[in-house]
Design a protein around this ligand. Structure first.
Ligand SMILES: NC(=O)c1ccc[n+]([C@@H]2O[C@H](COP(=O)([O-])OP(=O)(O)OC[C@H]3O[C@@H](n4cnc5c(N)ncnc54)[C@H](O)[C@@H]3O)[C@@H](O)[C@H]2O)c1
Length: 345
């Protein structure tokens, strides 16, 4: 840990990943401006973080954090949060965009326009707004700088999740923005990176479950090779690392913190000769253990079909392939690529 006190601004700080990030940074000795909208959004069907939650997050940081109400769609409110950091603690070293909302549950063309706008304006616009007011503050620090702009993207940034099109668009936008920002910041000493969480145990995931008609968010665990949901603290730990000196050579990176979810997403491109139905079967066999997943499975099947990865015969075949065979093929292939023999004898 550095002897010099470092200062961060975290949006979406009232709960979930943002709240865990405030706690992780405070534990590392940072001072933190913890910002959140602290009010529900009439366009959205679920509750957002509250002032009481935000105050609790700040109180838990024992004098190292201050709570600020700021909607990330309001650049003025974000600018005031940056000013607070500079006035109270002398500058800003990290800006972390964790605020996010979700909406969908129906095909893109049926999503109410107000919901779509909220997702784009908060999940993408909010990141750009934070950069607009925070990057100049990061650059106001004297050289040599160690500034960090960090954003929370999503596994949705790299894959088309049916019924979450605007969310996917916004998160893909975040990844693109961070890469371009990193290039623009060049040798200033300020870097830009993002994390892409998989299914993480927070209220936004409960809302995702509701949108997919699932009984509970725990059902998403089956999509991740780790076999469980990610915790907010696990995502926060990576953000805290990226904020620290250990990440000084990283910029423009979008880091999965997803329990391996991206591995499944990438199978299509690295396993061209493995039957698409087997891939679906792998997921289906895992998911079938849980009840009430028809919607999710149908979504995945529709997705593979629209990608041209699945036809009707394959869909039928997928019901007959055992997951062990799929895993076996996968291991064989990996060992072959690494020049290793088959250990199974
Ligand atoms: N939980 C997951 O599975 C998951 C997966 C991938 C990415 N993410 C992303 O992680 C980030 C954090 O989400 P979370 O999982 O902690 O969800 P969450 O719903 O628990 O927390 C989101 C926080 O953002 C705040 N917020 C919403 N709109 C805001 C606005 N306009 N201005 C300021 N604050 C606002 C909410 O009040 C809430 O406190 C989001 O960007 C989300 O998209 C989450």
């Amino acid at each position: 840990m550095s002897a010099v006190v470092r200062v961060a601004l975290v949006t979406g700080a009232a709960r979930g990943i943002g709240a865990a990030t405030v706690a992780a940074l405070a534990a590392d000795g940072w001072r933190v401006v913890a910002a959140d909208r602290c009010a529900d959004d009439p366009a959205l069907a679920y509750a957002l973080g509250t002032r009481a939650e935000l105050d609790q997050v700040a109180a838990s940081a024992a004098g190292q954090a201050v709570a600020v109400e700021a909607d990330v769609r309001d650049p003025e409110a974000l600018a005031a949060a940056v000013r607070l950091a500079e006035e109270r603690w002398g500058g800003l070293d990290a800006a972390i965009a964790a605020a996010g909302v979700i909406a969908g549950g129906v095909p893109a063309w049926q999503v109410p326009a107000g919901q779509e706008q909220a997702v784009l304006d908060v999940d993408l616009g909010g990141v750009l707004n934070l950069a607009r007011v925070a990057v100049p503050a990061l650059l106001r620090r004297p050289e040599p700088r160690r500034g960090r702009f960090l954003a929370v993207a999503s596994a949705a940034a790299t894959r088309g999740l049916p019924m979450l099109a605007a969310y996917c668009a916004a998160k893909a936008g975040v990844a693109g923005f961070v890469r371009a920002l990193a290039a623009e910041l060049g040798g200033t000493g300020v870097t830009a990176n993002a994390v892409s969480p998989g299914s993480t145990q927070t209220p936004i995931l409960d809302e995702s479950a509701r949108l997919y008609g699932l009984p509970a968010a725990g059902a998403f665990a089956a999509q991740q090779p780790l076999g469980r949901l990610v915790s907010p603290a696990e995502v926060a730990a990576v953000l805290a690392f990226l904020a620290g000196d250990g990440a000084s050579a990283m910029t423009g990176a979008v880091i999965p913190v997803d329990g391996g979810l991206a591995l499944l997403f990438l199978e299509g491109s690295v396993e061209g000769d493995i039957h698409a139905g087997e891939r679906l079967a792998d997921r289906a066999a895992l998911l079938r253990r849980l009840c009430g997943l028809e919607e999710l499975l149908r979504g995945q099947a529709v997705h593979l079909a629209t990608d041209g990865e699945l036809d009707a015969g394959e869909l039928e075949a997928s019901g007959r392939v055992r997951p062990e065979r799929h895993v076996g093929l996968h291991v064989e292939r990996l060992r072959g690529a690494a020049g290793l023999g088959d250990e199974r004898g």
